[in-house]
Design a protein around this ligand. Sequence first.
Ligand code: TYD
Length: 132
Amino acid sequence: MSLVRFLDIVTKGDDRGHLVALEYGNDIPFDIKRVYYLTDTKEGVPRGFHAHRELVQVAVCVSGRCMMKLDDGARTEDVWLDAPDKVIVIDKMIWHEMHHFSADCVLLVLASEVYDESDYIRDYKVFKGLVR
Ligand code: TYD
C-alpha cells in the first residue's frame, strides 16, 4: 500500500475560480484541534524532519508547491503537493520532511491535537528503533 494517501476532495470551482471545502466529519478523518501554516520558507530550506507518536495531520499547499517525503521506517515516498486539491494525510509514526518550497508556497496543515512537543520524535534513529 502506498504511503501517500490523498483525501478525496471535490473542488467546487467554477469560472470565477476554485473553492475547496474541508469539512469535519466528511473530509477530515479526525477532530480538528489546530490549524497552522508555513509561509515565506526560505529558498533551499527543508522543514519537518520528525514523526509524531499520536498526532495525525492533513496538509495542502493552498498556494505554490513543496515536495513531501514520507517514510514509515521501511520505505520512503516523495510526492509533490502542487495543487490546492492535493490534500495529503500524514499519519502518526510517519517520518516526514518538506523540501523544495516555492517562494509563493503556503502550506496549510490541519492537526488532530494541540501542539505538544513531547509527541515529537525528532531523532531519526529513535524513530527507526520504534517502528522496527
Ligand atoms: P517545528 O515543528 O520545529 O517546525 P517544522 O518541523 O515544520 O520545521 O516548529 C517550529 C517552531 O514552532 C517550534 O519552536 C515549535 C513551534 N510550533 C508551535 O508553537 N505550534 C505549532 O503548532 C507548531 C507546528 C510549531
